[in-house]
Write a protein that binds this ligand. Structure first.
Ligand code: AMP
Length: 288
């Protein structure tokens, strides 16, 4: 695996791979890697792409400076994992390389509701920062395919919209959420859970599964939401939201029969760690 800190060096190497006829599959990350991140690399490899990963803790997407400061950083551990997973190039730039002083690279697209609901409501500015760094990294790497996790469902929805609005010729591949054996979605933030909160955290997934069952049984979305919030509280978590939304518009779903794609999304605090998760409740494939 090649490791690059400078854009010019990475681009030189990518140009050679392209000339040799390879397509590039890119997975942006913030490091502290786990099996969830590695699954993106494996999916890129399985699709025949040259897997390229970036590790960049993007300051512009943290609305809470304390969260940025505490974000785990473990480059040696990450490099060892990526090597075993088949990653071919790792881009680890510093902040000045990504955001050259004096240049304003902010993405100012108006995503409307997509950035206002759920995460957007509790993390102001987060998605503009996320869109900015993803666009910047895409401009640098110019991949054929972009691999992102379903775990961050709203993020993926906004990136899909950004690709569409900017007409970027990049295929977005949604990768299923990788979980611990007890159902907890893998996340770099799990490292900061106390033993007590680690034991409570699988309630997120249990709540989503219960919602899935109730949804199939025809329970109203309002009742599902209320039961879910109660379960999360009882488990010792502090939920911020539990929403049942249309998977494209992120609008709340009151009449599931009218929506072909329905997703339950949850965010809750486990002590001082904020966790998110989601589950697709309904996905009707569009007829081609
Ligand atoms: P992060 O480093 O948290 O910004 O995540 C980088 C990428 O990995 C994003 O596309 C995430 O959605 C994805 N990801 C994070 N956790 C998981 C997981 N448990 N399963 C699948 N993908 C994940």
């Amino acid at each position: 695996m090649r490791i690059f800190e400078k854009i010019a060096d990475l681009q030189g190497w990518l140009a050679q791979r392209r000339e040799a006829g390879y397509s590039i599959g890119f997975a942006p990350t913030m490091g502290a890697l786990h099996e969830g991140h590695l699954s993106l690399v494996r999916m890129a490899e399985a699709a025949g792409d040259v897997p390229v990963v970036s590790i960049f803790v993007n300051p512009t997407q943290f609305n809470d400076p304390e969260d940025l400061r505490r974000y785990p950083r473990m480059p040696e551990h990450d490099i060892a994992l990526l090597q075993t997973a088949g990653c071919q190039a790792l881009f680890m730039p510093d902040v000045e390389e990504v955001y050259p002083p004096g240049q304003d690279l902010t993405v100012r697209l108006d995503f409307g509701r997509l950035t206002e609901v759920m995460e957007g409501q509790f993390r102001p500015g987060h998605f503009q920062g996320m869109a900015t760094v993803v666009k910047r990294l895409l401009d640098i790497v110019e991949p054929q395919r972009l691999y992102m996790g379903q775990k961050d469902f709203q993020q993926l929805t906004i990136v899909r919209e950004m690709l569409r609005r900017l007409a970027l010729p990049i295929e977005l591949v949604m990768c299923p959420t990788v979980r611990e054996p007890d159902g907890l979605a893998m996340s770099s933030r799990n490292l900061r859970l106390t033993p007590e909160m680690r034991a409570a955290a699988p309630a997120l997934f249990r709540t989503l599964m219960a919602a899935g069952k109730a949804f199939l049984a025809g329970t109203s979305t309002a009742d599902i939401q209320q039961a879910a919030l109660q379960t999360l509280h009882s488990a010792g978590l502090r939920p911020e939201y539990f929403e049942i939304v249309d998977g494209y518009t992120l609008l709340p779903v009151a009449h599931p029969e009218a929506s072909p794609f329905v997703v339950a999304c949850v965010a809750a605090w486990a002590g001082d760690v904020r966790l998110i998760d989601n589950l697709v409740l309904k996905e009707e494939r569009q007829q081609q």
